[in-house]
Design a protein around this ligand. Sequence first.
Ligand code: SF4
Ligand code: SF4
Length: 336
Amino acid sequence: MRRPPGRGITDLVERLLTVAEVYAPVERDQSVVFDRIESAREAAIDRGPAALSPKNLVFPRCEMLLSSSTRGDESGRAPDPGPGGPRVLFGVRPCDARAIALLDRILGGGEKTDSYYIRRRESLVVISIGCTESLETCFCETTGGGPRSTEGSDILLEDLGDRCEASIITEKGVWLAGQIGLEHDPAGARTPRGPAPPAGPAADLAELKKRLDRSFEDQCWRDIALKCIGCGVCTFLCPACHCFDVIDEETAGVRVRSRIWDSCQFPAFTEQASGYNPRPSAAERFRQRVMHKFSYCIERYGMPGCVGCGRCVSRCPVNLDIRTVTASFLGDGGEP
Ligand code: SF4
Ligand code: SF4
């Protein structure tokens, strides 16, 4: 049974609320999601991993890019200017923080910097809490992370009940710690207390990538994807998926261009104007999802596009388990 967050955690949240907007796991409609809180009491830190990752905070499900009016007046809506002051994302699990590190590499760096992402990301300080227990569906270590991974976190906390220990990871973390008088515990930073919960063995990601690359034309994809109903749940829940569509709408003379999350599991995702679709069946679409995560992301960004949060494992309506699929390519049994 999960224990409620210790006094140390709730004290810390109260202090954070005096210097920044705070977003934390909260209960909404019987699910745990990330939302803005006004008091530490609202934070549902002890309810286990959130059903939805905090990705929406830096990469919203629907975001207006621009707007104009055909009426010759100023009735076009101004785009959201983004957050005004510092925002703290509190109580993130290390896997979800690691997904933000991946999004930083994809949308926040290199030649293709995404200004909409950057303006939300710059003001965000990420405080994660190390996991003390794992679910049957967790497999962060298999993807190169771990229950106390610091990647993507500005501060990593360990809840010790009456107090918490903080590992301050980045300059942003140092700044925030200074604002609230949080002391860095160098021992806590380097020497986690007690054993980390099991979260699956570390897989040989380089070997997995090699085997996937060799299997691109393999018939096994047809067999694997037979069960997939193309609902897209796996991609919409994934903290690391980042594909989007851009749509134009006009209502009463006001035109709005927005971007919305999309899913590579939908048939129309790659359909071209000519009607040609390079991924016409579930086999190509499911292969794309696995290849993107365990081959292309590693090649382009130096880390997999999966952080092992387990959401797609627990929520896929037909129990198509990405762990079983990848294990099958490593010769560890599985579906093909
Ligand atoms: S959640 Fe399962 S059924 Fe739905 S698209 Fe993903 S793999 Fe296919
Ligand atoms: S692929 Fe599945 S397990 Fe991996 S990060 Fe996405 S939702 Fe989590």
